[in-house]
Design a protein around this ligand. Sequence first.
Ligand code: PLP
Length: 406
Amino acid sequence: MKNADLLKIAKTFGDPVYVYDSEKITSQFNRLTNAFGNVKQLRLNYAAKALSNLTILKLMNSLGSGLDTVSIQEVNLGLMAGFKPESIIFTPNGVSLEEIEEAAALGVQINIDNLSILEQFGNKHPDIPVCVRINPHVMAGGNSNISVGHIDSKFGISIHQIPHLLRIVALTKMNINGIHMHTGSDILDIEILFETAKNFKKLDFIDFGSGFKVPYKEGDIETNVEEFGKKLGKRFNEFCEEYGKDLTLSFEPGKYLVSEAGHFLAKVNVVKQTTSTVFASVDTGFNHLIRPMLYGANHSIMNISNPTGRERYYSVVGYICETDTFGNNRRINEISEGDILCFKNAGAYCFTMASNYNSRFRPPEVLWHKGKAHLIRERETFDDLIRNQVDVKDLFTPEKQKATMK
Ligand SMILES: *Cc1c(COP(=O)(O)O)cnc(C)c1O
């Protein structure tokens, strides 16, 4: 997207505003699909939690993506966006048996990540096929010191509990149709998952989760999906031959598909020179973009109002009444009050993590599609802020006054 397009969007829809470029989402989806061109059956299930606007979900559906969901609400958003139930996988962590049953009743693929729920679900619904989430944390054989999943990670069923898992499957007569792992794209983990897969005779798919890296700043690692795809695809095909069946290879990318497509635009309210720093304060904060404060994420910041101006050092900070720094000592083209700054990589885990802290409205979302800007979520209003608050009458009215009111 060009700076001029972004500036026009800020002008039309106000600021701050999230902007998503459909072309970038599409090209990322196609790039990942092509990287696994040597695999007969590939399934990409977009991880809805990265960016869950209905229009984005519809775009993913139109591209041929499936959907990875982590709550019954995301399942319902997916259905609303037009995904078929069988194109949705439900991969929650720590949710109730009731929520899993609700999703199963809707016909979505269930993925269970603990033995307690697996046993309960298998006892009640032995006919519903289930995928199991494995945590491969400790390297088998001790021949490697590369450890990915923490030993105390809350995710997945420990690889050491496979015997127990198999006993539950045998006793309940449930059917395991998929196995899943979400720890990163390390080829060593992959061998562990293949090894585990051999324990299950009726698999339809193997799901390798996500872990595709995209660059946020210069020098960041980007997963070479072509190289990874070639290597894993070849190994996967060999495994299918060994297994005696053409399985589906699945992934659940979130960040990879939407991160770089997102731009977050905010206006500079104040340029403040202190004894040590020049602050640029923008009309947003961690209420709208929490990743820098929560994860130390480094989002590049551009001054799109003055892209050729002299570069100077700034600390870009928000308007929240506590420290909310977007970036320290950033080299940015000279900033004047009123300029529009653009935060890059604002597609994944940005709007979906926004809140109303400081009683601010959540920003609008705009989709840039085929050279046109479409509003896909309106800015909140004061009514949205108070919508669910209950005004209990006379709660603090003194009794005496109540009597005279009668
Ligand atoms: C969040 C999540 C993903 C997506 O991860 P990204 O890093 O955004 O690609 C995939 N699978 C599961 C189970 C997740 O919880």
